[in-house]
Design a binder for this molecule. Structure first.
Ligand code: 26W
Length: 800
């Protein structure tokens, strides 16, 4: 499938004509955009059809990846790249008088996720497809993805993200595969000669309609689907003719609105739970629709479900799809007539779970009453799972009787989703070596004792072809020049770059490429923020969700410190541009205050002639995948400064490393593994490690003492207190730091400050810096999603 330029041109002309009635001379960019997407989509469909044919011939185990979030990013360039059609399409479009880059930029960025977890799902889908695994993603077709962020006077404002109008081209509705989901009502139990049967009565039904988004592998025959469910009222309920005839027009459509609300919007809370009714419905809605589909597909190819675990694995991405456990039980028990024991065995051997956070406020717990009201049958199954589990522990692990109240699935009138997953799934993994150790030795220790071998690690990986080859063509072309293009499918080959570590011509060229990418970002900043930044200054980047544990505040305090040192103490520094990008959960007050603080700091610094040419601070609004794709190639310092033990892995750290940035970080998450890949000389590590953090807490942490003893901290906080930031009030932040400083920014401040000074010194020596940068790229192969997916296949998905 390698269409020529002229074939593509013909197809574009034809599509323009049939869909819009125009010839290229009269068509708008928007119409050309629609036509390009339609043509690419038709190639995907044909390839998918061939792939499905070939799947009939082989019996590979199916991988089903359940995730409330898939941050797919833009699809056009990804598809053209994967189909090897990019240059032909560019030319075809250009010969018709249009520009492919303009068309790329028109595509909305489907924000169907919050951050790392959602992006990881998409990276894995990409890699699994290239590696020719039959992988289906399941999620929700949110009408509105993560909000669009605007900053007004430093304050974050949220606006709806209407991505479907221009992004919907990639979605194929499949009404023929719609499912019905049942909510509310009550459960009746009946004993007869066949034993106990359970009947769910008086429920209301929501229809789940699938929309498929096809994803092609790179140089592979595989086209997999991300199936996104949309909620609607079943036709019989959707429109009440009676009410309508009585003249109550709005009321007649109420059922419709009620059902549709389920897939209306992505919850923007990241790392804390809200326990909202609608979110619980979203979870059951997409889990039930997906499992019904999986079972149906299995039964199309197999006479029985007895072999389900051999033929399918269902992966639960964090606890959000944990209802897979009771829902699979329900289907096996109530719809397929299995006995409890067999159903349980099949369920446990089919499900695997990844944990992405140890933060207790992010571990999902649901009110039992809410469960009983909306999911009565599911609740009765969970209660039975819990009863049996507790009995097992009591009978067979008497040493754990004392821990039963925390190990139980139901406790304090709440359903604990992580416990449910750990009890049921045959595999539980963390996402970096450190994180998995914390799961084994701390969060899930008691389970680890009674289920030896269940807990394991797969360190995260990233879709390197997107994050390097597509986003940084200058760099990836140059790497190809140096070591050939084998790395595109074998990322360990990046290690060959080490041969050039002392080649100053190569190092200079790498620096030139970085400069080009910085200029491009500087241009964007000048339009988006109206501020000119110097592309030759050090670009120091912290982009990620805003959270106290990620310590953007510590970064900001340090910038404030630099500012005061330059202004009041005559310090001169290597010129720096500090870049931030971060969305705060809308209800997270402190996170929004921290954004306001960063913006106020930027306002003061960017216009002060005293630091001109030395310091700039930029907050880039609306951080999202497409913005990340422009930032990473330009990054030189990658800030990964979370409190040790809190960041499960991080994946932005890997993306920046792959693009030649140096990590400035704590011994947390995957930073530790980056350290192991590049060695201590090619990374800037500072601050307390996990043991020291724990020790400091045990000793009684006293941030006010640090304020009193460290003149640098005192200078910064007093400056803020005395209205240094345009007289704006930041008492909330000051109080927070002095009285709690939950993630100990002040404790790590001095070590951070010193390491930052060292960073500046090293940067002055361009050759050394460029060498470090090259060695980071050379060490980034391990973090490819190809490696991570292969580990999932070898150690988790092939087992049962
Ligand atoms: C229910 C609220 C909620 C929403 C999202 C709780 C928790 C989450 C996610 C677990 C947050 C998340 O994205 N975690 C990130 O997952 C990445 C992929 O594994 C890791 O690299 C990040 O360290 C982790 O914070």
């Amino acid at each position: 499938m390698n269409p020529s330029v002229s074939t593509l041109k013909d197809e574009l002309i034809q599509t323009l004509k049939t869909n819009y009635g125009y010839s290229p001379e009269d068509a708008t960019d928007r119409q050309m955009y629609g036509s390009v997407l339609t043509v690419v989509q038709s190639y995907l469909s044909r390839k998918r059809a061939d792939y499905l044919d070939s799947l009939k011939q082989n019996d590979k185990k199916r991988i089903y990846y359940m995730s409330m979030e898939f941050l797919v990013g833009r699809s056009l360039r990804n598809n053209l790249y994967n189909l090897n059609m990019e240059s032909a399409m560019k030319q075809a479009v250009s010969e018709l008088g249009f520009d492919l880059e303009t068309i790329y930029d028109m595509e909305p960025d489907p924000g169907l996720g919050n951050g790392g977890l959602g992006r990881l799902a998409s990276c894995y889908m990409d890699a699994a497809t290239t590696l020719e695994y039959p992988f289906t993603g399941f999620s929700i077709r949110y009408e509105f993805g993560i909000f669009r962020q605007k900053i007004v006077d430093g304050w974050q404002m949220e606006f709806p993200d209407d991505w479907l109008e221009l992004g919907g081209y990639w979605l194929t509705p499949r009404n023929d595969e719609a499912m019905e989901i049942h909510f509310d009502g009550h459960v009746e139990e009946k004993w007869d000669e066949h034993g106990l049967t359970t009947i769910h009565r008086d429920y209301y039904t929501v229809r789940a309609v699938p929309y498929d988004l096809m994803i092609s592998g790179k140089d592979s025959k595989t086209v997999n689907c991300l199936r996104l469910w949309r909620a609607e009222a079943p036709t019989s309920q959707s429109f009440d003719m009676h009410t309508f005839s009585r003249g109550e027009y709005v009321k007649s459509m109420e059922e419709d609105a009620k059902a549709e609300s389920i897939s209306k919007v992505l919850y923007p809370a990241d790392d804390h739970i809200e326990g909202k009714r609608l979110r619980l419905k979203q979870q059951y809605f997409f889990v039930s629709a997906s499992l019904q589909t999986i079972i149906r597909e299995h039964l199309r190819n197999n006479p029985t479900l007895d072999n389900l675990p051999e033929k399918a694995v269902i992966h639960i991405n964090d606890t959000h799809p944990a209802l897979c456990v009771p829902e699979l039980m329900r289907i096996l028990l109530d719809e397929c007539g299995y006995e409890w024991e067999t159903a349980w065995e099949l369920t446990c051997r089919t499900l695997a779970y990844t944990n992405h956070t140890v933060m207790s406020e992010a571990l999902e717990r649901w009110d039992l009453g809410l469960f009983e009201q909306h999911l009565p049958r599911i609740t009765s199954i969970i209660k039975e799972i819990n009863r049996r589990f507790c009995k097992d522990v009591f009978d067979f692990h008497p040493e754990k009787r004392g821990q039963l109240s925390s190990m139980a699935i139901i406790g304090d009138n709440q359903v604990r989703m992580a416990n449910l997953c750990v009890v049921a799934c045959y595999s539980v993994n963390g996402v970096s070596a450190l994180h998995s150790d914390i799961l084994k030795n701390d969060l899930f220790k008691d389970y680890n004792d009674i289920f030896p071998g269940k807990l394991t690690n797969v360190t995260n990986g990233i879709a390197s072809r997107r994050w390097l080859c597509q986003d940084n063509p200058l760099l990836s072309d140059y790497i190809t020049e140096l070591i050939g293009d084998g790395f595109v499918h074998d990322w360990d080959q990046l290690a060959k770059l080490r041969d050039f570590a002392d080649d100053s011509a190569v190092l200079r060229k790498l620096a030139d490429i970085k400069l080009e990418n910085k200029k491009r970002l500087a241009k964007y900043i000048s339009t988006a923020n109206g501020i000119n930044v110097d592309p030759s200054s050090l670009f120091d980047v912290q982009v990620k969700r805003l959270h106290e544990y990620k310590r953007q505040l510590m970064n900001a305090l340090h910038i404030c410190h630099l500012y005061l040192q330059i202004k009041n103490h005559g310090l001169t520094i290597q010129p720096r541009t500090f870049l931030f990008g971060a969305k705060a959960s809308p209800g997270y007050y402190m996170a929004k205050e921290i954004i306001r603080f960063i913006c106020a700091l930027g306002d003061v610094i960017n216009r002060d002639p005293a630091v001109k040419g030395m310091l700039k601070v930029i907050f880039l609004a609306d951080y999202k995948v497409s913005l990340a794709e422009m930032i990473y190639p330009a990054a030189e310092i990658s800030e990964q400064i979370s409190q040790a033990g809190k960041e499960a892995s991080g994946t932005g750290n890997m993306k920046m490393m792959l693009n030649g940035a140096l990590t400035l970080g704590t011994m947390d998450g995957a930073n530790i593994e980056i350290y192991n890949q590049v060695g201590p000389d090619n990374i800037f590590i500072f601050g307390m490690d996990t043991d020291q953090v724990n020790q400091t807490r045990l000793n009684g942490y006293n941030p006010r003492g640090l304020y009193e003893s460290d003149p640098h901290i005192r200078e910064v906080l007093d400056f803020v207190r005395d209205g240094g930031l345009d007289g704006k009030n930041f008492d909330s932040i000051r109080e927070y730091l002095l009285n709690s400083d939950t993630y100990m920014s002040l404790a790590d401040f001095d070590s951070y400050r010193q390491m930052q000074a060292h960073v500046g010194d090293v940067y002055r020596d361009a050759e050394t810096w460029n060498r470090m940068s090259l060695l980071n790229i050379a060490g980034a192969g391990y973090f490819s999603a190809d490696r991570a997916v292969q580990e999932y296949v070898d150690h988790i998905w092939s087992n049962q």
